[in-house]
Design a protein around this ligand. Structure first.
Ligand SMILES: Cc1cc2nc3c(=O)[nH]c(=O)nc-3n(C[C@H](O)[C@H](O)[C@H](O)COP(=O)(O)O)c2cc1C
Length: 208
């Protein structure tokens, strides 16, 4: 496949992604399909490659029903095939060992560089505001990647920020290591998205 064809496909996916809020509730996604989607999602970039995300998969009807009131009864929660809760990791520095050790083992990184990086990372994580900002920014990149990958695979999505974060944490026993960033519904569209427009990019950019 030529590069041009691949570029066009990716651009088409970005052009065509919209926030779908009505899904065919009979359409199911298998665990394998969801895992494949999350695997592609996890290829998103992250600072120091710490992969500051955790995915809570609301796959059963029971889990989605429990989530519905927490997301202010937005019906797309129960109509969609799956809802992915994107959490940000407030202690992503603790992933450094897992991420870098295989690189050292395979000779792609020296032990010395690994230690230098670990000390820079732990230094940054002394600052709670940094840890929270990094959790949100990096997990949001994964969220975007998930929505585009789903679209490329023939599914539609909607990002949801309208949910009660505290209730989500309490009712699904989410560890205080993580902060809820957003929910994403994924499924087969039953109705087109509302039309949306964009502010001209000239008004949204500053050239220096
Ligand atoms: C962080 C975030 C939170 C959002 N929260 C909600 C939500 O709670 N409910 C909803 O129906 N749409 C929600 N949306 C979808 C936006 O309304 C939508 O992306 C925007 O109107 C642009 O439309 P489009 O995605 O179809 O281009 C959210 C989007 C983002 C990125």
């Amino acid at each position: 496949m030529s590069t041009n064809v691949m570029e066009k496909d990716a651009l088409q996916v970005m052009e065509e992604r919209t926030s779908v809020r009505h899904y065919d509730s009979t359409a199911k996604m298998t665990k394998e399909e969801v895992e494949e989607l999350l695997t592609i999602t996890s290829k998103a970039p992250s600072a120091w490659n710490l992969q500051h995300w955790h995915f809570v998969v609301f796959h059963t009807d029971e889990a989605k029903k429990k989530l519905l009131p927490i997301a202010y009864n937005q019906n797309q929660i129960v109509e969609s095939s799956v809802v992915i809760g994107i959490l940000g990791d407030l202690k992503a520095n603790e992933n450094a060992e897992t991420v870098y050790s295989p690189l050292v083992e395979h000779g792609y990184m020296t032990e010395e560089i690994k230690e230098t990086l670990a000390s820079q990372i732990n230094g940054a994580y002394q600052n709670d505001q940094y840890a929270r900002d990094a959790a949100f920014s990096n997990a949001s990149l994964a969220a975007m990647q998930l929505m585009l990958a789903a679209k490329a695979k023939g599914y539609d999505t909607c990002a949801i920020g309208g949910f009660n974060s505290q209730q989500l944490v309490e009712q699904f026993d989410i560890s205080n290591r993580y902060v809820p960033v957003m929910l994403i519904t994924v499924g087969k569209a039953a109705k087109e998205a509302h039309k949306s427009s964009r502010i001209p990019v000239q008004e949204m950019s500053t050239w220096l």
